[in-house]
Design a binder for this molecule. Structure first.
Ligand code: PM9
Length: 474
């Protein structure tokens, strides 16, 4: 066995976790309509719903909160944030937004015309919603391997250049306002894009004068995979790799709630001054003054520091290592997960986990609910419910991937917590035949996964057959 490593930080403040009984969790799940988004946080033991805004901030960040400049205009905290983005991301112009979707809204409104096409490496829920609301059709041009959870490809987030070229030939470059390239790809399992692919996409787009905008939400995690897997990068610092990655784009939208290591905030960045001036006008309409954009001065102080802390090589190595600590144990136990293990989460392959359930019985939603019931671990459905309906036909989109995401907040849990999650999932896997499907009782018209409500299909109205219920934390 190689020498073990530990967290590159020590704990200064603790938050007590709640540990409900099986019966209490059962009640809580019912109240939430079997949707993990609707479970009260105080009823959750280990919260792997999302890595978004759930980061533990450092003492330096907490200290900086007191120095926040809350001026309505010209905040010096904004100057610090702007400088950090320019220094570490390399873009010339930056605008603050309340979170990532604020930046997506502004970019989509300014770039998209009715009838346009926005190609991207797999959709993301809020990103696609903004594109569609502004009249575009999203076109998935990720490599085919990304849709198969069992294929172990080092850069499963890559764009298929043939698919991109084909779309350009079919609809014409003037109908493509920009290519949206996510690093890493959330719904593919946190899969990275190679530096080479980014460069090739950028070069192809340049020949047609099509912009490339990155969804940079998890760009630091992507940089780690390049360092680890792509020739020529092993000795380069993460900060250096990140800057090279972003140089193959015209701008980015950013949810600071992930790789900027903060609980709220985001930004829109670009190199085109004319677009910047137009974007600034919309920031005033939707977000606030361009010197705060929906964030408090203290939030901007914390984000400026988080941007720097995130590119620390020790931090990111441990971060990815913790995700693997969870995923590797599940693989060893034979639990089907998306391969290879990605950057921010381990994704259970609900189709293989619960092969007896049809996609219309919502296997991923049912598995997420069963996991909560078993151990109080909260996860998130990323399957047919998240995929929503086709805007033209109204039919359910039917993604190949029917997944449950175990998303690991940054710097929050220890590997012991991950071990508890493993035990619960392995127990559930042993009694997987007993897990029933769900029916949807309430379907919201947009982004339905947030507020949809379900109930068990079984006549007994039980999600897991009664005789088999096992409780791991009682
Ligand atoms: N991601 C997540 O849990 C939070 C919302 S769940 C719908 O994964 C990408 C790749 C994201 C993302 C949010 C956003 C939006 C954009 N791109 O939540 O608005 O993963 O800051 O960012 C969530 P905001």
């Amino acid at each position: 066995m190689g020498r073990r490593t530990a967290e590159p930080y020590k704990i200064k403040s603790v938050e007590t976790l709640s540990m409900l009984s099986y019966e209490e969790r059962k009640e809580s799940l019912k109240r939430a309509g079997y949707n993990t988004f609707l479970i009260d946080s105080e009823d959750v033991y280990i919260d792997l719903l999302t890595d978004s805004g759930t980061t533990a901030m450092s003492d330096e960040q907490w200290g900086a909160l007191m120095t926040g400049d809350e001026a309505y205009a010209g905040s010096k905290s904004w100057k610090k944030l702007e400088k950090a983005v320019q220094e570490f991301y390399g873009y010339q112009f930056v605008l603050p937004t309340h979170q990532g979707r604020g930046a997506e809204n502004i970019l989509s409104q300014l770039k998209i015309k009715d009838g346009d096409y926005v190609p991207g490496n797999m959709y993301f829920t809020t990103t696609r919603a903004h594109q569609e609301m502004n009249g575009a059709k999203f076109v998935d041009i990720i490599i085919d391997e990304a849709h198969n959870p069992t294929i172990d490809h080092p850069f499963k987030g890559n764009i298929d250049l043939t698919k991109l070229q084909k779309l350009i030939d079919e609809v014409g470059a003037e109908k493509i306002p920009y290519v949206c390239l996510a690093v890493t790809v959330n719904l593919a399992g946190g899969q990275p894009v190679s530096m080479r692919n980014m460069k090739e996409v950028y070069e192809l787009c340049q020949t047609y004068q099509i912009d490339v905008f990155f969804d940079a939400t998890r760009c630091v995690e992507n940089a780690f995979f390049i360092k680890e897997r792509e020739e020529g990068y092993a000795e380069k610092p993460i900060a250096h790799i990140l800057k090279e990655m972003l140089s193959y784009s015209d701008g980015c939208t950013m949810s600071g709630k992930k790789d900027c290591l903060v609980n709220i905030g985001g930004f829109l960045a670009m190199n085109d001054e004319e677009l910047y001036i137009r974007s600034r006008e919309l920031v005033v309409v939707y977000e606030g003054m361009p010197s705060y954009g929906g964030m408090a001065g203290r939030d901007m102080e914390a984000m400026a520091i988080g941007i720097r802390e995130a590119v620390d090589d020790h931090y990111i190595e441990h971060r990815i290592g913790q995700v693997r600590h969870l995923g590797d144990q599940l693989i060893e136990a034979g639990v089907p997960i998306v391969l290879p293990i990605g950057g921010h989460a381990v994704f259970l392959d609900a189709k293989s986990f619960l092969p007896h359930l049809k996609q219309d019985e919502f296997p991923a939603q049912a598995l997420a609910a069963a996991l909560y019931l078993d151990s109080g671990v909260r996860s998130m459905e990323r399957g047919i419910i998240s995929a929503g309906r086709n805007i033209e036909t109204g039919e359910n989109n039917r993604p190949e991937l029917e997944l449950v995401r175990l998303t690991i907040p940054r710097r929050v849990y220890t590997n012991n917590h991950m071990d508890v999650v493993v035990d619960s999932i392995v127990d559930l896997f042993k009694k997987r035949d007993e897990i029933g499907g769900l029916k949807m009782d309430y379907e919201p018209p947009t982004l339905r996964f947030f507020n949809a409500r379900f109930s068990p299909l079984a006549t007994s109205n039980e999600l897991i057959s009664e005789q088999n219920k096992k409780v791991s934390i009682e």
